[in-house]
Design a protein around this ligand. Structure first.
Ligand code: AMP
Ligand code: ZN
Length: 312
């Protein structure tokens, strides 16, 4: 196959677009795709400072690379989640990427805050992915608003969005369907805009991009995600994609264009303010503070039990 742009031998074949690209044209194509998504969905402008959430994986590092190449003003935000070797390696890849390119990075070590993911799950019996999601959402919002960033960009790709949509549809999660979109506008003064510039880019495309650009990323999946239903949906969607190229893109794109509006309800009340941390909440405490309080209570209870046990 020949490159769709320059007619030399193609190195990548994208069946969903019925196109092929050589290395240089693929890099150009990816950057153009992302730029178009940013402009079309009005994600952010060249003047706005953007906080990019980087995990050390291919998607978020590819996203950061593309944003820099396109001339956006970016700062990275990395959470060290404390999930053993996996988190250590993720932090190392992120820090190395940042250092090699002289970029600015904010790192939050959750272990120092007593909130490493295994600690939290150990004290609360919550599923690891749910606790981790609560921690991430809280720190993304809080750091963005405290440091004056109007927007947070994440590396969620087409496969992530298709799997999430599949899960939301299978369980008819009406509220989640209403909120699943490439740009989430703030509904509270301590929320910022959340955007997913890679929502049309497949996992395969972002892996190829990272490889062509020489980005060293963490290949391992999070150990907590093994067996997660998201992976089951991804596998199923990949089989559908192999039989019918373009299915994933149509599923997600047409949901955003046509389907989502059917789930949006006018009367949804805006969030209140958390009485403990001042961030948005549904109820007196936000989900982060509920989680922290649960950890503190259980930690205290165990400490007292240990003291009593020690005296007896
Ligand atoms: P995941 O939830 O692991 O599928 O990741 C989705 C997106 O969330 C990534 O592309 C990143 O933008 C962001 N993200 C995930 N983990 C971290 C982390 N430890 N620190 C900062 N951002 C993260
Ligand atoms: Zn709170």
């Amino acid at each position: 196959m020949k490159c769709t742009r320059c007619k030399v031998r193609a190195e990548v074949h994208l069946r969903q677009h019925n196109a092929g690209f050589c290395r240089a044209c693929f890099i150009f194509y990816m950057q153009r795709q992302v730029e178009r998504a940013i402009d079309k969905e009005r994600m952010f402008s060249k003047e706005e400072p953007i906080l990019v959430a980087v995990s050390g994986g291919k998607d978020s590092l590819a996203l950061w690379d593309i944003l820099i190449e396109l001339g956006y003003r970016t700062t990275g935000l990395h959470l060290s989640l404390g999930i053993g070797d996996y988190s250590d390696a993720s932090t190392r890849k992120t820090v190395d990427f940042t250092a090699a390119r002289g970029l600015s990075l904010i790192t939050v070590p959750l272990t120092d805050e007593g909130l490493a993911v295994p600690t939290v799950t150990g004290f609360t019996n919550r599923p690891a992915c749910s606790a981790c999601g609560t921690l991430k959402r809280h720190y993304f919002d809080r750091l963005a608003v405290d440091r004056g960033f109007p927007v947070v960009a994440t590396g969620h790709n087409l496969d992530d969005e298709a799997a999430r949509l599949m899960g939301n549809v299978l369980h008819w999660q009406m509220d989640h369907l209403a909120r699943q979109q490439p740009v989430l506008e703030p509904t509270h003064e301590r929320f910022v805009r959340k955007v997913k510039p890679l929502y049309r880019i497949s996992e395969y495309e972002s892996a190829v991009y990272a490889f062509f650009r020489g980005i060293d990323y963490i290949v391992d999946e999070c150990p907590n995600s093994v067996g997660a239903t998201q992976l089951l949906y991804k596998d199923m969607l990949n089989r559908l994609e192999a039989a019918s190229p373009g299915s994933k893109l149509t599923f997600v794109q047409d949901f955003f264009r046509k389907g989502r509006a059917a789930f949006v309800r006018e009367e949804t009340a805006p969030p209140q303010t958390c009485e403990r941390c001042g961030m948005p909440s549904f109820g007196a405490l936000c989900s982060f503070c509920k989680l922290v309080r649960e950890v503190e209570t259980k930690r205290e209870r165990r400490r007292s039990a240990a003291v009593v046990g020690g005296h007896s």
